[in-house]
Design a protein around this ligand. Structure first.
Ligand SMILES: [Cu+2]
Length: 237
């Protein structure tokens, strides 16, 4: 019986060793602090074909998407320093950006360097895709009613930049290009988790399209680390 107990203890120790060698995660919650401005529904009435698609449910402004307790969605979080320089396999599946009902979805997203971005136009009307990176090559492409799909790739890492449609000025999306898999985008619960990091020191950066970016140095120990961020409106001058 004693021997049996020892065997279990040894097993637990071995399992512990295996777990501690396993990489950790940085997790956190992102919140908005202060009085949140009211996000009014977007008036699409100037463009009848879009307006018709949203008769019952107007397009919401996605600049400030919040959950209970002012947790903040549409925040892009990336490990910006400390990631070991090596090749991280790029997913063969594309990232999909759609223009549906004169609205981009997703609103904030990231793509790996060299990964395909598939841009869809299921609306059956003319959109133009005007994307404005600073490091990668910008472009402005018409997507007429009959052009349902096109593909783009980006070859350099870059912080989030805007996609817009000049025909429907409320249409906006933001895309980050990243050279490794250590990133996340929050939903309205504000929670992110970036897994697979070896113990060590990292810089993590959270980006909001209007409220700017914030960075923190995070020490990932066995079992991971926590790093929250709080965004607020800049003080009025
Ligand atoms: Cu459009």
């Amino acid at each position: 019986m004693i021997r049996f107990k020892h065997a279990i203890a040894a097993g637990v120790v071995a399992l512990g060793a295996a777990v501690s060698a396993h990489a950790g995660a940085i997790t956190g919650t992102i919140k908005f602090e202060g009085e949140a401005p009211e996000m009014k529904p977007i008036d699409t009435s100037a463009v009848p074909e879009c307006h018709a698609m949203h008769k019952d449910k107007p397009i919401v402004n996605e600049v400030l998407v919040m959950g209970p307790g002012q947790t903040l969605g549409n925040i892009y979080v990336e490990v910006t320093k400390g990631v070991p320089a090596k090749d991280y396999p790029v997913p063969t599946d594309p990232i999909v950006l759609t223009q549906e009902g004169c609205r981009y979805a997703p609103h904030m997203f990231a793509i790996r360097v060299g990964q395909k971005l598939k841009i869809l136009n299921p609306d059956g009307i003319l959109h133009n895709v005007n994307y404005l990176p600073k490091t990668n090559k910008p472009n402005n492409v018409a997507m007429p009613a009959n052009l349902k799909e096109m593909e783009v790739t980006f070859d350099k890492a870059e912080a989030p930049f805007q996609f817009k449609c000049d025909i429907h000025p409320w249409m906006g999306a933001y895309c980050a290009v990243v050279a490794h898999p250590f990133f996340a985008v929050t939903k309205e619960d504000g929670v992110y988790s970036i897994d697979g990091l070896d113990p060590g020191e990292y810089e993590i950066t959270a980006y909001h399209e209007r409220l700017g970016k914030q960075s923190a140095t995070v020490k990932v120990a066995e079992g991971g680390a926590t790093q929250d961020f709080t965004f607020s409106r800049p003080a009025r001058k």
